[in-house]
Design a protein around this ligand. Sequence first.
Ligand SMILES: Cc1cc2nc3c(=O)[nH]c(=O)nc-3n(C[C@H](O)[C@H](O)[C@H](O)COP(=O)(O)OP(=O)(O)OC[C@H]3O[C@@H](n4cnc5c(N)ncnc54)[C@H](O)[C@@H]3O)c2cc1C
Length: 395
Amino acid sequence: MNTYDVVVIGAGVIGSSVAFHLAKLGTKNVLVLDRGTIGAGTTSQSSGILRTHYSVKENVELARQSWAVFNNFSQYLEDDEASCGLVKCGYMIVAPEGDKLEPLRASLQQQQEQGIPLELLSQQQAAELLPIARFDDAALIGYEPEAGFADAYLVATSFARAARRRGVTVRENVEVKRLLIENGKVVGVSTTAGDFHAKTVVSTQNIWTPELAGWTGRSLPVVPERHAVLALECDPAKYTFSMPVFKDLASPGMLYCRSYGGNQMLVSEGIVGEKLKAAEVEQGDIPMDYVVEVGAQVAERFPAYEAAGIASSWTGVYDVTPDWNPVLGKLPGLEGLVVGYGFSGHGFKLSPTVGLILAQAALGLPTAVSLEPYSIQRFETGALLTGKYGLGAVS
Ligand SMILES: Cc1cc2nc3c(=O)[nH]c(=O)nc-3n(C[C@H](O)[C@H](O)[C@H](O)COP(=O)(O)OP(=O)(O)OC[C@H]3O[C@@H](n4cnc5c(N)ncnc54)[C@H](O)[C@@H]3O)c2cc1C
């Protein structure tokens, strides 16, 4: 009764996706454990942006395959009622003359070589799509029509529901206290609800991965980093659902913006945030200085927003690795364990494919996308997946 084929630790969007894909691949004797509730960790704090734009080409492929799932969500889940809340509004990215120009040009070219539908826009074409912004400084404008945003919490709960319907057991409010290890092989987990045995354990613990490092004695580099998100209101300059997600490489904070609720602007910085000493997702302070600083950057690009008000704000925590890219796959020398952590603020858009390839790895199957570039060994070999824009979530 307490024996499963696979135990998944964590029911965020990644763990729920792993569980769904295990079942889809035919493995239904699966147990998912979360010390809280489904999607209530960092997933519920996500801005939900979906794009394939990356400067690291491996990420483009993960995002491309994931987009196909978001774009066809209910059919993929074989659940007519499933919705990921997709708003397919496109993604626009802008660089002025300067140090971000060539990285943007190279990344767009690389995306095109990978078969991503992309357009290069004139300033006038950009203004037609996003009339509330000014583009007179833009030296290069990329536009990805197959992009937008969705609801990460909805995706996590939908994956979990689809997994349950296929026979997976998802238990909330159960904390994993340690791994059960015998002769160098992981054979299960010890929890607040007793011990559970399994041939394979998949850890998708996000900022709580240091617990796994303690249980295994392995070095699993990850730092919890808090980021603030603001929702701004500016009437009559509404940011409607038909306006694209916008990435501003000209702003010091490398701002990203999207429509929020069809008339407000969700905005946040795409750079290093506040490093926390411990993993916690409680709301942090957003100092007025920060609001003023971000507001000034917004007004620089969206002149009417000089008069904008704050409708709401919140904080969320990223699980940041040294190269701002995830660690995916097995840990060397420890049989029976697969990890997926370190999404560094951009894991939602990758979650369908990451769930698939982690499930494949757990079952010993060939993976749809190579796990090799994402292995933990890269921090020792130096084969880092460092992006061209510097540290930040556009990796
Ligand atoms: C502010 C913010 C904005 C973001 N914006 C975007 C975006 O626009 N686009 C994008 O692609 N990504 C974005 N992200 C990133 C994305 O949301 C995350 O990468 C993704 O949601 C992480 O999912 P997860 O399943 O790894 O983690 P989580 O949702 O944090 O799930 C981990 C789960 O593990 C559980 N757990 C941990 N340890 C244990 C244990 N010992 N026992 C039991 N349970 C345990 C926790 O309770 C938690 O529920 C953003 C993130 C933040 C914070």
